[in-house]
Ligand binder design. Structure first.
Ligand code: DX5
Ligand code: ZN
Length: 225
């Protein structure tokens, strides 16, 4: 089953939990649900693949039963194969690994699918599409980074949109194209126009006083491309 065959209809705004108030994680999830969020994007960082440390499978698992939201895990870690089972057991619905961390992600993507989860492959801004092209058939989701991974609140890199356009012509119709980094009111429409269907947004949601207004505004701009 592909993600687009599920209840989640693009454009999908996926709040990046990296930017939430961790002191009130359950409260934040509740606020997002009330605001209409059906996807939550979990940024996992190991302080090695990226120069920042966030949270891991234990934290994700601890809130899994508290919401029905689709859990979209973005693993920015150097050895995802070693920890994959933890994220499967934590109840992640989609698990995305980086091509820069796993040069031959085929077996890993197969393991994710075999566990009944959606397999995702991410590429950094400088990584060419040709690096992931041999694996596109094994992806339910392709994540294009529009900032260098590691931190929220960075400036969107418009040059990655060329890669989105190229990927759009190469992926199968059931594969979702996601974009992550610097997605906000001024940038989301161009990403949608290029072919993105999932929009990860950290600052553009969590820095706003009303999550519902922020999410609906982003949704409207993405749909108006
Ligand atoms: C960056 C993360 C992003 C980030 C998004 O490494 O993958 O998900 O938190 O945050 P904003 O939307 O603020 O760029
Ligand atoms: Zn992310």
């Amino acid at each position: 089953m592909t993600i687009s065959a599920s209840v989640h209809r693009p454009p999908i705004i996926a709040p990046s939990m990296l930017k939430c108030d961790f002191g009130n994680l359950i409260g934040e999830i509740g606020r997002l649900e009330t605001a209409g969020s059906t996807w939550l994007h979990w940024d996992v960082m190991d302080g090695h693949f990226v120069p920042n440390l966030s949270y891991g499978a234990m934290v994700i698992q601890s809130v899994r039963t508290r919401t029905k939201a689709f859990f979209d895990a973005h693993l920015m870690i150097g050895d995802p194969a070693k920890y994959l089972d933890d994220y499967i057991n934590a109840g992640c619905d989609a698990i995305t690994v980086h091509i820069e961390a796993v040069p031959d992600p085929g077996p890993l993507l197969k393991r994710i699918r075999a566990a009944g989860r959606q397999a995702g492959l991410a590429l950094n801004p400088v990584t060419p599409v040709s690096r992931i092209e041999p694996f596109l058939e094994e992806c339910d989701l392709v994540l294009v980074m529009s900032v260098e991974p590691g931190f929220g609140g960075q400036k969107f890199m418009p040059q990655v949109l060329e890669k989105v356009q190229s990927l759009k012509t190469k992926i199968s119709p059931g594969t979702l194209l996601s974009i992550d980094g610097g997605i906000a009111s001024p940038t989301i429409a161009s990403a949608a126009k290029a072919g993105c269907q999932v929009f990860v947004a950290g600052s553009a949601v969590f820095d706003e006083p009303e999550y519902r207004d922020a999410i609906e505004n982003l949704q409207r701009l993405a749909a108006s491309r």
